[in-house]
Design a protein around this ligand. Structure first.
Ligand SMILES: [Zn+2]
Length: 304
């Protein structure tokens, strides 16, 4: 999946917020574009930017056309209103055209991203918007052309596009929120996850600092348990080999390879001498403890 991101506007100081000193739309879109790019790449997307220089200012339809060969075009902005009250994302998508499926895709992406943006920013539900020209802009005989230059450009190369207005920089709360770089990271992560879900790619939820700490501690505990378990299992195996768990149980019947090496010479000697006769069916009926006692006695020389 290939996503083309258009950081809206150019330069650092374009479209200042009238209510929050230091907020500029062009700074925000530039910063967010790069964050969204890495968040998408982390989930397996290929991501391009319509411009790689902060001061480059391609013409609007040209920005859209730069998405040729991509699966999706996103143009990032913050909106402005005459009053300071409006505070909701505006998702501008393709108008229904009744001919292609890219208008439906454009609408679907607008919806999933709109929800992610509203939720992350903690603002009102997204507002969806479309606008067509009242003239045949591309001369194909239909009045189906997008009014917004970037969307017109994307549609001309067959790529579904969405303009995302991250609420209004004329709203103080929204502009303050967007001025915070860590909020932009949250926004990028949420949008990348929404797109990953939509396109069936890997979704990685970001852990909070507290979750990460708890996870690391749990991991250490598990590693400790695995290590302790291994040591315990080794000990159990060793004791089992020694027959510690069934000292008195009859485990050996014949002088064969199963008989422990340390016991074999003594047992063989006692059988040869007829001291050890076993039961009626030729079974010696030896236990680990019994063999041990016989070996100790043998060392004292009582069996000759
Ligand atoms: Zn803008």
């Amino acid at each position: 999946m290939k996503v083309m991101i258009d950081p809206g506007h150019a330069g650092s100081y374009y479209n200042a917020s009238p209510v929050v000193p230091g907020y500029y739309e062009s700074n925000m879109t530039w910063s967010l574009a790069w964050k969204l790019k890495s968040a998408l790449e982390a989930r397996g997307f290929t991501v391009g930017l319509t411009r790689w220089d902060k001061n480059e200012d391609p013409e609007l339809t040209e920005r859209g056309r730069r998405s040729r060969g991509y699966d999706l075009f996103l143009s990032l902005h913050s909106n402005a209103a005459a009053t300071s009250a409006p505070d909701a994302p505006w998702m501008i998508h393709f108008a229904p055209d009744g001919k292609t499926s890219i208008d439906e895709k454009s609408r679907a992406v607008a919806e999933i991203l709109g929800q992610a943006v509203s939720k992350t920013m903690g603002v009102s539900a997204p507002y969806y918007y479309t606008k067509k020209t009242d003239f045949d802009r591309d001369g194909n005989g239909y009045l189906d052309d997008e009014w917004y230059g970037v969307l017109f450009g994307a549609k001309s190369v067959g790529v579904p596009g969405v303009i995302i207005e991250y609420s209004f920089h004329t709203n103080e709360k929204a502009a303050r929120w967007l001025l915070n770089e860590s909020n932009l990271i949250k926004l990028a992560e949420a949008e990348a996850n929404a797109l990953a879900k939509y396109y069936g790619m890997e979704v990685t939820e970001e852990m909070t600092a507290a979750e990460k700490k708890a996870f690391d501690e749990l991991k250490k505990e598990v590693e400790k348990l695995v290590k302790a378990n291994k040591a315990l299992k080794d000990r159990i195996d060793r004791y089992d080999e020694m027959g510690v768990y069934d000292n008195a149980a009859i485990k050996w019947a014949y002088i064969d390879k199963n008989l422990p090496d340390w016991a074999r010479p003594t047992i063989k000697k006692l059988a040869d001498k007829g001291i050890l006769k076993g039961s009626g069916n030729n079974s010696l009926e030896l236990s680990w403890l019994m063999m041990r006692i016989l070996v100790i006695l043998d060392r004292t020389g009582v069996f000759g």
